[in-house]
Design a protein around this ligand. Structure first.
Ligand code: XUL
Ligand code: CO
Length: 446
């Protein structure tokens, strides 16, 4: 295998389609657990996991950080003098990578795919051109778009917010990008459309009318929803919570905050949540906590798979390798019956010090194997272990008698008082957390 496209240059020479070789293999460029066609329960791994590669970390960001420029030389960034020519090469590189890795989905921001421009006509022309090419590439390879989104946070015009900007002119300008990004998503058969509220938040209450900004936000989302539906978009709109960075206070703080916002504004039918591991941990929760909150509200739509760093207080966007994280996540996903039409998007980047082209493959292979193993263990815990029985037994007192009456709303507070008097001091019942933790390890180490 060289490149999937006639005439296109090969950007990852020497790397072929990544094979599955199993746990006995020491080949770094092979899967040890992820075997797309292997059945886990009634679905294949590919159907459960619905992996996506993100365009921005993999093909746009060459490793710059606040202290220095990028460290990776992306060959597609030096092709030709024109931004569009470079965007075309980047597209070829991206589709070569997707197909060699063997993932079914990808995700992009409008200006990852096409060069940005202050002039709206140029921006729209660039995006339409690149969407046309991406459509051809999708047809040639079978790749699908998990979600599209608009970058409403990089351009200086959005420094005070996009939909929540105090200046209406900026709110309207943000609509240009959202309209175009929705059109691009529809044209490419995208299954979801994401809003990450990059600069939707504030730094000081002294200059901010938070109530007004949040009302503008809800109105903007409703307009985007109405436009999307009229343009034929049938998928989920997704809000991606994050508590801080870049703003001090981000409006979409965490899953619970966004759920309340969606229900308050009647948006919960069209909008669901895209939960990102490192965002959940920044908000003081665990990854599976925020997944469970979203799922319990009927709002878990998709996942941005990555991990943070326990000692750093910012979004390190590392590739997921922690099996406790992936087992915990897959327990939530399996209990809710799957993620579709959402998926697992690697919103993750290789380290700035990782400068070989091969590193991008290794990072994704590691993440895919970690989630494949997480899926197997979570499935076994649910299907074969006593986990579900133990957990439901903890609540058995609500399954019959007065407990059931309470759940059904048939008892008053005075009734509870009388029942407590008759029963006397409740017996202590151990939560047995250690027993559960040992069970998880037992299945993980099998
Ligand atoms: C930023 C982040 C974004 C969104 C898409 O922290 O996660 O990349 O996923 O805008
Ligand atoms: Co993300």
């Amino acid at each position: 295998m060289s490149t999937p496209f006639k005439g296109a240059r090969e950007f990852f020479p020497g790397i072929d389609r990544i094979p599955f070789e199993g746990v006995g293999s020491d080949n770094p460029l092979a899967f040890k657990h992820y075997h797309a066609d292997r059945k886990v329960g009634d679905k294949t791994m590919a159907e459960h996991l619905r992996f996506a590669v993100c365009y921005w970390h993999s093909f746009v960001n060459a490793g710059h950080d606040p202290f220095g420029p990028g460290t990776r030389n992306y060959p597609w960034d030096t092709v030709g003098e024109h931004a569009l020519a470079r965007a075309e090469s980047k597209l070829d590189a991206a589709f070569e990578f997707f197909t060699k890795l063997g993932v079914p989905y990808y995700c992009f921001h409008d200006i990852d795919l096409a060069p940005d421009a202050d002039d709206v006509a140029t921006y729209e022309k660039n995006l339409k051109h690149m969407v046309g090419l991406a459509k051809e590439r999708q047809k040639a390879t079978g790749m699908k778009l998990l979600w599209g989104t608009a970058n409403l946070f990089s351009h200086p015009r959005y420094m005070n917010g996009a939909a929540t900007n105090p200046d209406f002119a900026v709110v309207a300008r943000a609509a240009v990008q959202v309209r175009n990004a929705i059109d691009a998503t529809v044209e490419l058969g995208g299954e979801n459309y994401v809003f990450w509220g990059g600069r939707e938040g504030y730094a000081s209450l002294l200059n901010t009318d938070m109530k007004r900004e949040l009302e503008h936000f809800a109105r903007f989302l409703a307009l985007a929803r109405d436009y999307g539906r009229s343009a034929g978009f049938k998928g989920n709109f997704l809000i991606e919570p994050k508590p801080m960075e870049p703003m001090k206070h981000q409006y979409d703080f965490d899953a619970a905050t966004v759920a309340g916002f969606l229900f308050r504004h009647g948006l919960e039918k069209d909008f669901k949540l895209n939960i990102e591991a490192n965002h959940a941990t920044l908000s003081g929760h665990t990854f599976d906590h925020d997944l469970q909150v979203a799922s319990d509200h009927g709002l878990l739509g998709s996942i941005d798979a990555n991990r943070g760093n326990a000692q750093n207080g910012w979004d390190t966007d590392q590739f997921p390798t922690d099996l406790y994280d992936t087992v915990g996540a897959m327990l939530v996903v399996l209990r809710q019956g799957g993620l579709a039409p959402g998926g697992l998007n690697f919103d993750a980047k290789v380290r700035r010090e990782s400068t070989d082209a091969e590193d991008l493959f290794l990072a994704h292979i590691g993440g895919m194997d970690a989630f494949a193993r997480g899926l197997e263990v979570a499935h076994a815990l649910l299907a074969k272990s006593p986990l579900e029985t133990w957990r439901s037994e903890r609540y058995a007192s609500f399954d019959a008698g007065a407990g059931r009456d309470f759940e059904r709303g048939r008892l008053s507070l005075a009734d509870l008082h009388a029942l407590a008097l008759a029963a006397g001091e409740p017996a202590r019942r151990s939560g047995r957390q250690e027993r559960y933790e040992n069970l998880l390890n037992q299945y993980l180490m099998r």
